[in-house]
Design a protein around this ligand. Structure first.
Ligand SMILES: NC(=O)c1ccc[n+]([C@@H]2O[C@H](COP(=O)([O-])OP(=O)(O)OC[C@H]3O[C@@H](n4cnc5c(N)ncnc54)[C@H](OP(=O)(O)O)[C@@H]3O)[C@@H](O)[C@H]2O)c1
Length: 352
């Protein structure tokens, strides 16, 4: 590739789009030109890339002039423009949930199912931030011992809901600290009055997604469906998703029912060599996965491997990863890197 690609990021003023711009720079992605898009609200702002201020444009047909478009502008932008990018000869890597379950669209975590990219039709989906971390931990264990059933509880940070949610956590925290005596005594009425809601995200643990008629949340259903699509399996997956007052980094507590017993040592060994995974499992040194440790870092951290004392086929583990990086922006850039290395992404007019 001479000169690099024309790259666009939609949603460049958001938390995922901002991380994409930083990661493109960090990894030296070959870029001939970078265009940044958001809504009319942010048009005219600038975002730094490689020491230069890049102007943010309003999202529109200008997007179609790029070879690679990384979408982090939400469902509406992805619905309107992802296939238009493909029709114009570019490749769209989409972070929204719009196209993830579409049979035409590969849903990819490169370390797990890069092969699904071959034969893509120009639109590629990046998974939900929990599903991305989960499959990174499950795949090596599935290969080693076969997973019969997977039960997950999540402790998801507020950045998973975007920049507004991060601001809300900080504002609610400040407000509630003003009523710290009510927090200390557990005075629910005063906490509600101070927060202006009975279920603030600050000092709380709660679901924070649209409810489905079956009592699941939309997030839980996404994690189940996407995990099964990426792993190409029908294994039962059950998820309970919770929002916790953490800024960045999702935590997953996973219980697996396996085909064949796999003790903690063997499970650790299976994950130790896995690309993109770091085993962190030394309770004696207090070294276990936490969201604060994962935030700002690329690996998916896995630890707390424990046998089920009542069932030799049972295994528990804890997974933490940065939802903005491996859960979104990093994974999208890795998809683009794979496409590039496999000759499936090139500048317009270039030949193989
Ligand atoms: N946060 C995560 O951990 C995570 C993980 C995986 C996937 N995702 C997905 O990534 C996308 C971005 O999420 P985020 O967390 O970065 O949200 P965010 O912080 O709220 O940022 C949203 C960005 O999208 C832009 N935008 C909003 N509506 C748009 C439209 N109609 N056309 C073009 N741009 C538009 C916003 O521009 P303005 O500044 O002009 O408002 C902003 O730049 C979402 O689809 C989300 O589901 C997020």
């Amino acid at each position: 590739m001479v000169g690099g690609l024309r790259v666009a990021v939609i949603g460049a003023t958001g938390v995922v789009g901002g991380a994409m711009v930083r990661i493109l720079e960090e990894r030296g992605f070959p870029i001939a030109s970078l265009r940044l898009f958001a809504t009319a609200r942010s048009a005219g702002r600038t975002v730094m890339f490689c020491g230069k201020a890049v102007l943010v444009e309003e999202t529109g047909d200008g997007v179609l002039e790029s070879d690679l478009v990384l979408f982090a502008g939400g469902d509406d932008a992805s619905r309107r423009l992802a296939w238009a990018v493909a029709e114009a000869g570019g490749v769209a890597v989409d972070n929204s949930s719009t196209w993830r379950m579409d049979p035409r669209v590969p849903l990819v975590v490169p370390e797990v199912n890069a092969a699904a990219l071959h034969g893509h039709q120009g639109v590629i989906a990046n998974p939900n931030c929990v599903a991305a971390a989960l499959v990174m931990a499950l795949k090596p264990i599935h290969d080693a011992a076969g997973i019969r059933r997977c039960i997950v509880a999540t402790y998801q940070s507020v950045s998973g809901g975007g920049a507004d949610n991060m601001r809300a956590l900080l504002e609610q925290s400040r407000t509630l600290l003003e009523a710290s005596d009510a927090l200390e005594t557990g005075d629910a009425d005063r906490i509600t009055a101070a927060a202006g809601t009975p279920s603030p995200v600050a000092f709380n643990v709660r679901p924070q997604w649209r409810w489905e008629p079956d009592g699941e949340t939309e997030e839980e259903n996404k994690i189940v469906a996407e995990t099964r699509k990426i792993l190409a399996t029908n294994i039962p997956v059950s998820v309970t998703a919770m929002r916790v007052p953490v800024m960045v980094g999702h935590t997953l507590v996973v219980y697996l029912d396996l085909d064949r017993p796999l003790g903690p040592d063997a499970a650790r060994a299976a994950l130790q060599g896995a690309r993109g995974v770091e085993v962190l499992d030394d309770p004696s040194a207090d070294l276990v996965p936490t969201p604060l440790l994962a935030a700002g870092r690329d690996p998916v951290y896995v630890g707390r491997f424990r046998a089920d004392r009542f069932d030799p086929r049972g295994l528990s583990l804890v997974v933490c990863s940065d939802n903005l990086r491996k859960g979104a922006a990093l994974n999208a850039v890795q998809i683009a890197e794979y496409l590039l290395s496999a000759g499936m992404l090139r500048g317009r007019g270039e030949t193989a």
